[in-house]
Design a protein around this ligand. Structure first.
Ligand code: CA
Length: 228
């Protein structure tokens, strides 16, 4: 295992992509968002590169099968990996064969979608670079330990309930859209009826012991309303 980087100020992303037409605007966009970006065009170069904070890995590489590169990267470190696949291909293999990737995006993807995935993966895998322990009113969320408590009472949350609460608590008072919640907590772009979200919200409210903690803003999304 290679050691994890300890410089938390800038998140370093390694883009592994052989097509300049994709890699160049992508790298530029990520730099604009404040990431430090390096780019390689082959699997060999990806495996030889200094360990970044996150790898964006195209599966179609000129010198190697991206799935092998993914496995080898995973064998070397626990660096977060987002796999980039072509439409209709590979997704089953990526998801089903447990390459060790943290998420995937399908080409052609929108930059905002990718950005959301990157941030979600970083929040899941590298919470110490973000907020660590969140305190909102009497609510305390330890993102690294995945523990939440309200007024020192531990909350027995499911994975999705925790992710949802942590997302809302990451920006207390702000309305978080259902689209963003679905994207970041459920990893889906599905914009149909969002009953799943409602079921989890109802359960969360119950566990928090006060329904006012989570406010529904009709037609928009949800807001965490800190309670004393
Ligand atoms: Ca490619």
């Amino acid at each position: 295992m290679r050691a994890a980087p300890c410089d938390d100020r800038v998140v370093r992303i390694l883009v592994v992509e052989d097509e300049d037409a994709i890699a160049d605007p992508l790298a530029e966009g990520l730099r604009r968002e404040g990431f430090e970006v390096s780019r390689v065009a082959t699997g060999e170069a990806a495996l030889a590169a200094p360990l970044p904070d996150l790898v964006l890995l195209d599966l179609r590489l000129p010198d190697a099968d991206g799935t092998d590169v993914c496995r080898q990267l995973r064998a070397q470190s626990d660096v977060p990996i987002i796999v980039v696949t072509a439409k209709g291909e590979e997704v089953d293999r990526v998801v089903g064969l447990e390459l060790g990737a943290d998420d995937y995006v399908v080409k052609p993807f929108g930059f905002r979608e990718l950005l959301a995935r990157i941030r979600a993966v970083l929040r899941r895998t590298r919470p110490e670079a973000g907020t660590g322990v969140l305190r909102v009113g009497s609510l305390e969320i330890d993102v690294r330990a995945r523990r939440a408590a309200v007024a020192d009472r531990a909350l027995p949350l499911t994975t999705k309930e925790f992710d949802l609460l942590a997302l809302l608590a990451s920006d207390p008072g702000a309305v978080i859209s259902r689209e963003r919640i679905l994207r970041e907590v459920w990893n889906t772009e599905w914009l149909g009826p969002t009953k799943t979200v409602d079921v989890h919200v109802a359960s969360l409210r119950k566990k928090l012991g006060d329904a006012r903690w989570i406010e529904t803003v009709r037609g928009v999304g949800l807001r965490l309303a800190p309670q004393p």
